[in-house]
Write a protein of this length. Structure first.
Length: 284
């Protein structure tokens, strides 16, 4: 008796496209939280007085100083990050998931899903790091004195100027901690999503590597021809030394608040796009 054929699936290009579009749509809703998180993590840098006491204080200060448009600073970089990072990770995950699904429709085991998620996350983070560098710098610009601001017009202007002024490799500054975070996050997040299909988040996984987020590395300037920080460990030690141990958790509230809505919205949009494609293109 012949083995049952696998159900028809959307082309690989469509999988990548839907993954990116879903992440971009979610970003439109949560970009202000990303801005607040980045500003709070950079607040008090270099033993300066901490600008923001709480997340609400940060939102109020940004609105007063920069207006409503200011809260969406860096949106173009956030969208490009999703177009690169999320497109890659969800596209790779979906393709590998389907390849490892049995002919009778039995999905891979949970640990296999986690391994697929780790692979997809690492590759996606590498591809998305240039957009993340631009995002960190654009969202951080408003906290600097006017004469020190970089003044990027948009994400493409940021990428071009970073390459021209600091070299191509600067676009991948902080790549290692970004990839390490993505490996853990996607192992739990994507595997949990596939396992439950109920939009449940394993948010704790993000918290394990909150300290490895690298806005300070990606936003750092050159001082007398030398970078402010040598690596992620140097950032960690200097933050503890000059700002205190608990400063390592600055930006925790907006970061955590952003994580849930963005993940849920991404998977909602992704499910709806897949449902639409199956209904109108695969049902015939």
């Amino acid at each position: 008796m012949a083995a049952p054929a696998k159900p028809r699936s959307s082309p690989k290009a469509v999988k990548f496209l839907f993954g990116g579009l879903a992440g971009m749509a979610a970003t439109v809703f949560v970009q202000p939280l990303d801005l607040v998180k980045n500003r709070m993590q950079l607040s008090g840098e270099g033993a300066k007085t901490r600008e923001y006491k709480t997340s609400l204080h940060a939102v109020g200060s940004i609105l007063r100083a920069e207006g409503v448009r200011g809260i969406y600073t860096g949106l173009s970089a956030g969208l490009l990050r999703q177009a690169t990072y999320t497109t890659t990770r969800l596209g790779i995950y979906t393709i590998l998931f389907e390849k490892l699904t049995a002919a009778d429709g039995t999905p891979p085991a949970f640990l296999t899903k986690a391994a697929i998620g780790m692979t997809a996350g690492a590759v996606g983070a590498f591809v998305g790091t240039p957009a993340e560098v631009a995002l960190i710098r654009m969202t951080a610009d408003g906290r600097l004195p006017p004469e020190q601001r970089r003044g990027y017009a948009n994400v493409f202007n940021a990428l071009l100027r970073i390459t021209r002024e600091e070299g191509l490799t600067t676009l991948w500054r902080g790549c290692v901690p970004t990839m390490a975070r993505a490996v853990v996050v996607n192992a739990a997040q994507l595997a949990s999503y596939s396992q439950s299909k109920q939009f449940l988040l394993d948010s704790g996984s993000e918290l394990l590597l909150l300290l490895l987020r690298s806005p300070r590395i990606q936003n750092m300037r050159m001082i007398d021809g030398k970078p402010e920080y040598r690596n992620g460990l140097d950032v960690l030690l200097k933050v503890v030394r000059y700002e205190g141990f608990f400063s390592l958790w600055k930006g925790f509230t907006p970061y955590y608040a952003r994580l849930g809505p963005h993940t849920v919205l991404t998977f909602i949009f992704l499910e709806q796009m897949n449902k639409f494609y199956r209904k109108f293109f695969l049902s015939a």
